[in-house]
Design a protein around this ligand. Structure first.
Ligand code: SF4
Ligand code: SF4
Length: 187
């Protein structure tokens, strides 16, 4: 065997050995630092509306999901949530299948909403021809987390340049509508 071949084989063996050692260290580290995630977390996150609006008092739905698992949160403080949302979350917390949960329409309409103080919603109007279009494109949940007393007031603030579409957190889940509103605002 030539000297060059021996050199190549030596380098290949060294690289292989280093790779094996790194792989071993990573495998051990993942065992040592492994954090157990409650299997209900993802299910709850999926059952929540996903607006990340903060109306429940948490910075987003993930905070609410953690709060629910820790027994600190009350799902009915999720303003955009419905009776079905609440029932699904309850089922998950009880170790039941959320897909088997059904809620009759009547109950859905009469479900008690959040314990938090009901936000004041103002029926704002604006003569700008873009106003109604923007109102229709907004999430319409009147969560008030944008700091305005409802979606109509927010549309008015957008037209007056007092707010930007980034101030409506639930709108981040609706990129198409957000783009459409920004297009209208730039006209
Ligand atoms: S209130 Fe908003 S942030 Fe809180 S869980 Fe419901 S959708 Fe998510
Ligand atoms: S415009 Fe304001 S009130 Fe309406 S959904 Fe967005 S954050 Fe909530």
């Amino acid at each position: 065997m030539s000297e060059t071949m021996i050199d190549i084989l030596t380098v290949a063996l060294i690289v292989g050995a280093i790779g094996a050692v790194i792989g071993f260290i990573l495998a051990i580290s993942s065992k040592i630092f492994h954090v157990e995630v409650d299997p209900r977390y993802d299910l709850i996150l999926e059952a929540l509306p996903g607006f990340n609006c903060g109306a429940c008092g948490y910075a987003g739905c993930s905070g609410m999901a953690e709060g629910l698992i820790n027994g600190e949160a009350d799902v009915t403080t999720c303003t955009p949530g419905t009776a079905l949302t609440y029932a699904k979350v309850k089922a998950i917390l009880n170790g039941e299948d959320p897909d088997k949960v059904t809620v009759d329409e009547k109950k859905e309409k009469t479900t008690k909403k959040p314990a938090r103080k009901k936000p004041e919603i103002k029926d704002v109007t604006n003569s700008d021809p873009r106003f109604e279009k923007i109102v229709k494109l907004l999430p319409g949940i009147n969560c008030t987390t944008c700091g305005e007393p409802g979606c109509k007031a927010f549309a008015d603030a957008l037209i007056k340049g007092k707010k930007t579409t980034d101030d409506c957190r639930p709108l981040n889940k609706k990129q198409e509508q957000k783009d459409e509103i920004n297009k209208l605002l730039n006209q």
